[in-house]
Design a binder for this molecule. Structure first.
Ligand SMILES: [Zn+2]
Length: 277
């Protein structure tokens, strides 16, 4: 059994500030990247105890160079570094049996979400596909689904776990903290979270027979609302994007993969378009 792990950081137990997730921060980030790494490692241990044998781990946060090598099992492959064309889903192609999402967080605009955002808090105000508002988890789950691969585990704050299990009821969720506000949480300790994730990954792997790929049926309509008008000015230049209003763009596609790739490109271009100010 082959497992693809996409690991983010804001949904790690204990995390409630950008500073803890910012690779430039020399005080708190080194501590929290270790906890992020240990949560990934715990998920792998749990899956292994239920029979999974092969793992590809995509480091999916910020610089995408967060995972500490000495915290990783020796026999896994790590997708490291940024930018990567498929970002949080780089390397997620056919041939996997399950996807795990660890350290995931609530989507942009969620009320009860610690550090809630969707790919970029400076660029993305809201994104929806075929009328369904998407989190990073759902965007990645649909890319996995387009390859026939189901998401079986999601870990992070209680809001993203609840939202993801609503769309993917066959998956197992491990909530490591509850939001008190955007910058505050009631959280498990890192050790307790790692134990819960290990156990959740084992249960998720045992439920593989229940799994279904999550798919958006074509034709696909992606609506992207940017934070800044300046971002939309540049995204509009890409063929296929239609400007709806100051901050809203529409992208129609015949496959979800096309719309996912267009979205990743739009987030990058939109960020560059606004960075000039
Ligand atoms: Zn994220």
């Amino acid at each position: 059994m082959r497992v693809y792990v996409s690991c983010d950081m804001e949904g790690t137990a204990g995390v409630c500030s950008w500073r803890q997730c910012d690779p430039e921060n020399r005080d708190e980030y080194p501590i929290y990247r270790r906890y992020m790494s240990r949560e990934v490692s715990a998920a792998i241990e749990g899956a292994r105890s239920a029979g999974a044998r092969e793992f590809v781990v995509n480091d999916a946060h910020w610089s995408m160079r967060n995972l500490l090598w000495d915290e990783m099992p020796a026999d896994v492959r790590i997708v490291s570094g940024a930018p990567k064309p498929r970002s949080m889903a780089q390397g997620l192609v056919g041939g996997f049996d399950a996807v795990f999402l660890t350290g995931y967080h609530a989507k942009s605009g969620d009320r009860d979400g610690v550090l809630a955002h969707t790919f970029s808090d400076e660029t993305v105000y809201r994104v929806s596909v075929n009328g369904i508002e998407c989190s990073e988890a759902l965007l990645v789950a649909a890319l996995a689904g387009s390859q026939g691969v189901p998401v079986m585990l999601v870990t992070g704050d209680s809001t993203i776990v609840r939202e993801t299990l609503h769309a993917l009821p066959w998956a197992t969720g491990v909530a490591v903290k509850e939001s008190i506000g955007f910058y505050a949480a009631n959280t498990l300790t890192p050790t307790a979270a790692q134990d819960a994730i290990r156990d959740g990954a084992r249960r998720a792997t045992e439920r593989i027979a229940d799994a279904k790929p999550f798919v958006f049926s074509p034709p696909i309509e992606l609506l992207l609302e940017t934070v800044h008008v300046a971002s939309a000015d540049f995204i509009e230049l890409m063929p296929g994007f239609e400007r709806i209003d100051g901050r809203t763009l529409r992208f129609a596609a015949s496959s979800y993969e096309q719309s996912y790739d267009a979205y990743v490109a739009a987030v990058r271009l939109g960020g560059a378009g606004n960075a000039l100010a």
